[in-house]
Design a protein around this ligand. Structure first.
Ligand SMILES: Nc1ncnc2c1ncn2[C@@H]1O[C@H](COP(=O)(O)OP(=O)(O)OP(=O)(O)O)[C@@H](O)[C@H]1O
Length: 476
């Protein structure tokens, strides 16, 4: 592909304009994560060739931005008929770290005229070696999930330290490493970080990362094609096997059996196994007892629900990564309010930044409340009146039953009023509903309690602090 100097210049100016438009349309975050790493490699027979570092990014860009990229190119240059995005890593780098003994043989340094999309997996000594080990087995790794951008706090410090140890160790420190925790708390992030680091620091190791679902799918396929020997060989020849969301194979007896054998074979050969699940081995339902017991043999590390401090840390770090200028008050507000999980927290931040970019307004507490209205309400509803009553009773050292009792002595009436006040603040319940939960009281009693607590907060700062403390505890 020999572009004349003027033509080259024209194309590069067109590419600059396409990028600028993508940036303004999709916002800074998307641009930094996905679009900035794209490089223009050439233009040939109507096809614009673009290069990205990983297969994961290639897929993502094609599915999320492909159509728009083509439209924008066309508006710049009507002779463009197609966009071809290829990734620069070989299959060995973007899938199994292993067989090739090296990675990142860059394609396309001299342009893409010789091949299309398949160019990325064009046969080479490296990829030939991979053929015996189906590179397609390994799930693509999300390049955003790394150790250095995982924020560590009390709830996840053990899981983080264990994951790091597995990724750094020459030997097998504990087998298996079993990571578990609720939805969106960082299990997959840590799994990808382990795999990515091993790929980099020990490229000779065969690291296979996949979901339990995909394991099952492969197994069923092998059964169907009467190819279980090859299946067994593939799985048993890895150095590190990582299975995400193992709860998926609960109740799937044949898959579980096969997984059990694979697991045993690997552990017996001192190969590292890393598992993630939504529950601890003992709590996994629909998994055979012998399996549960073996899963718990190594190190079991829980990722607990987030604390306020961790949520704030995550928000600060993500805002910084996005170069988003968000006042500390807004981040604190989000950390208080969005308590469900990190995924929702990230989602809230992304939405806020996207909104600010689109409408060109700076982010304030009011904008946050407005834009995240639905999310905030959904999170609010997670605190129940029962929880509030329990916490408040504990805090003031009164019996829980006093929340419903008719007694009016101040030592009891005051905590009850605080609980009513917090129920109004923290849940979406109406005054009559709250009244009913407090021993069938009238809504005017609740209204009076809310007013009274407000007044006391004004006049008594230590009382105000108490109420604030309770509110924070209840919010997560
Ligand atoms: N401590 C953390 N620091 C930075 N980002 C985090 C942290 N914990 C979670 N995240 C982010 O939150 C999102 C959800 O995390 P992840 O997908 O790893 O959750 P999960 O536990 O695997 O959830 P699921 O059970 O739904 O699969 C990801 O974008 C991840 O990067």
């Amino acid at each position: 592909m020999n572009l004349g100097g003027a033509m080259e210049q024209r194309l590069s100016a067109q590419w600059a304009r396409v990028r600028a438009r993508m940036r303004s349309e999709f916002g800074e975050t998307a641009f930094q994560s996905w679009l900035k790493p794209l490089t223009f490699k050439g233009f040939h027979n109507g096809v614009v060739h673009l290069l990205v570092p990983t297969r994961f990014m290639q897929n993502w860009i094609e599915s999320q931005y492909g159509d728009r990229l083509l439209e924008l190119w066309r508006s710049e240059n009507p002779s463009v008929t197609a966009i071809d995005v290829v990734h620069s890593a070989t299959s060995s780098a973007s899938h199994s770290a292993g067989h090739s003994g090296g990675h990142s043989a860059t394609h396309g340094a001299s342009g893409f005229s010789a091949h299309g999309r398949d160019g990325a997996a064009a046969p080479s000594a490296n990829t030939d070696a991979l053929n015996s080990f189906d590179a397609g087995l390994c799930a693509p790794l999300d390049p955003r999930f790394r150790f250095d951008n995982f924020i560590v706090g009390k709830p996840n410090e053990l899981a983080f330290a264990a994951a790091r140890r597995v990724a750094e160790a020459d030997n097998v420190p504990f087998n298996p490493l079993f990571l578990f925790g609720g939805v969106g708390l960082g299990k997959t992030h840590l799994m990808h970080a382990i795999a990515a680091q091993l790929r980099e620091s020990a490229p000779e190791k065969r690291v296979l990362y996949l979901s339990a679902e995909k394991f099952m799918y492969q197994f069923i396929r092998a059964l169907r094609y009467k190819d279980t020997m090859a299946f067994k060989e593939q799985f048993r020849s890895v150095d590190v096997l990582m299975i995400d969301d193992v709860q998926f194979i609960a109740g799937k007896d044949n898959t579980q059996e096969e997984f059990f054998h694979t697991f045993n074979a690997l552990v017996d050969q001192n190969r590292q196994v890393v598992i993630s699940a939504d529950k601890s081995p003992a709590e996994l339902e629909g998994i055979e007892d012998r399996m549960k017991s073996r899963l718990g043999w190594g190190l079991v590390a829980e990722i607990h629900s987030t604390t306020y401090e961790l949520r704030l840390g995550i928000l600060q770090s993500k805002a910084e990564q996005m170069s988003a200028d968000i006042p500390p008050k807004v981040l604190e507000f989000l950390a208080h309010k969005i308590t469900s999980n990190v995924r929702e927290l990230e989602g809230a931040l992304n939405r806020l930044v996207a909104y600010a970019n689109l409408v060109g307004r700076s982010i304030t507490l009011e904008t946050a409340q407005e834009v995240l209205h639905d999310l905030l309400r959904a999170n609010d509803r997670r605190v129940t009146i029962e929880e509030i009553q329990k916490r408040v009773a504990e805090h003031f050292n009164v019996k829980l039953s006093e929340m419903h009792s008719a007694r009016r002595s101040r030592g009891i009436a005051r905590p009850r009023q605080v609980a009513m006040y917090l129920s109004k603040q923290l849940t979406a319940r109406s005054l009559p509903e709250i009244g009913r939960k407090f021993g069938g009281r009238d809504h005017t009693t609740v209204m009076h309690a809310v007013r009274k607590v407000d007044e006391l907060k004004q006049s008594d700062s230590s009382f105000a602090e108490d109420v604030e403390l309770l509110r924070r505890m209840l919010e997560g």
